[in-house]
Write a new protein. Structure first.
Length: 75
């Protein structure tokens, strides 16, 4: 049973370290290529790097939505 988990862990690590094209990176996280480029994601960036950038994008969107709501409440 432990061998199964080790194999799955290795497969996941191999996947996370896989280099991607810009199109693949954009498709995986459904974020515009321009935004990813601004965050340093380029041809050959790994899945791990793309996912880290996607977290930043989500925080940015959450903050933007929160600020819009605050402004709407103040008006």
């Amino acid at each position: 049973m432990a061998d199964t988990y080790t194999k799955k862990g290795t497969a996941m690590t191999n996947f996370l370290d896989k280099p991607l094209t810009e199109k693949q990176a954009s498709d995986i996280v459904a974020i515009p290529i321009e935004w990813l480029r601004a965050r340093g994601i380029k041809e050959g960036s790994t899945v791990r790097e793309v996912l880290e950038a996607a977290r930043g994008y989500q925080r940015f969107n959450d903050e933007h939505i929160r600020m819009k709501r605050l402004r709407a409440e103040q008006e």
